[in-house]
Write a protein that binds this ligand. Structure first.
Ligand code: FPP
Length: 234
């Protein structure tokens, strides 16, 4: 990487374009997700090696249930496979894994795997992958508001501040993303980390997620390094 590059603490990625990548090759969309899962593995390793603290990826949104059942099943099967492998290797590789989202509608197997990865993560220090699964930003905020209301009613919480409210979100204790990357040419956040992205720098690229490479992370970080983040100040 070039000199004077500022490595962000936290990068978040919307892994988009798997379907189009497959269609362009005359393959089923599910082949795009399989390729996307491999890209995720490669990029997570790279992010750890360059010294990031957090990588958050959007793997399945609260809206993705609207897709054909075969496609949803294929994504769930890939996640299951990935989590199995993660359980074997995360301690050796020093990668913490945190699942963010409402896992209650997921299969018992996936829920069990999510619990195991969170349990193993307690023993690991350092780089953390946050995997957003059945995650939606509005859903997250509404859940947080409900939990706060319960705590308020029972006297556990007295007043509401921005910092206090953030503790009710899935991202409790995690720094806000410095940089959000969306591949595949779409220019929107699609309900991803909408509270946490208040001051995030955004980076868009036309590359489809399965083609996304380490060099693209370097490009995003180089662009991030050049921006002046003022957080509303001057
Ligand atoms: C968006 O592309 C991608 C998804 C909805 C699923 C992402 C899932 C994976 C990468 C596989 C499992 C993940 C892990 C971490 C093992 P799209 O289908 O919307 O693409 P399109 O816009 O081209 O149709």
């Amino acid at each position: 990487m070039a000199e004077k590059v500022r490595i962000p603490r936290h990068i978040a990625i919307i892994m988009d374009g798997n379907g189009r990548w497959a269609q362009k090759r005359g393959l089923p969309r599910t082949a795009g997700h399989a390729a996307g899962a491999e890209t995720f593995r490669k990029i997570a390793t790279y992010c750890k090696n360059i010294g990031l603290e957090h990588l958050t990826v959007y793997a399945f949104s609260t809206e993705n249930w609207k897709r054909p059942k075969e496609e949803v099943d294929a994504i769930m099967a890939l996640l299951e496979k990935y989590l199995y492998e993660a359980i074997e290797k995360m301690e050796r590789d020093g990668i913490r894994l945190n699942i963010m989202g409402d896992i209650s509608p997921l299969s018992p197997k996936l829920r069990e795997l999510a619990v195991s990865t969170s349990y193993i993560s307690e023993r690991i220090r350092g780089f953390q992958v946050n995997l957003c699964l059945n995650y939606g930003g509005r859903d997250e905020i509404v859940r947080a508001a409900r939990k706060f209301a319960e705590d308020y009613k029972s006297g556990k919480a007295t007043e509401l501040s921005e910092e206090g409210f953030a503790n009710y979100l899935y991202t409790k204790g995690i720094p806000d993303p410095d940089l959000i990357i969306r591949p595949s040419g779409e220019l929107r956040l699609s309900n991803f980390l909408i509270w946490q992205s208040a001051y995030a720098e955004l980076f868009f690229t036309d590359t489809l997620w399965p083609d996304f490479s380490e060099a693209e992370i370097d490009r995003a970080i180089a662009a991030f390094s050049k921006r002046s983040r003022r957080f509303g100040g001057i």
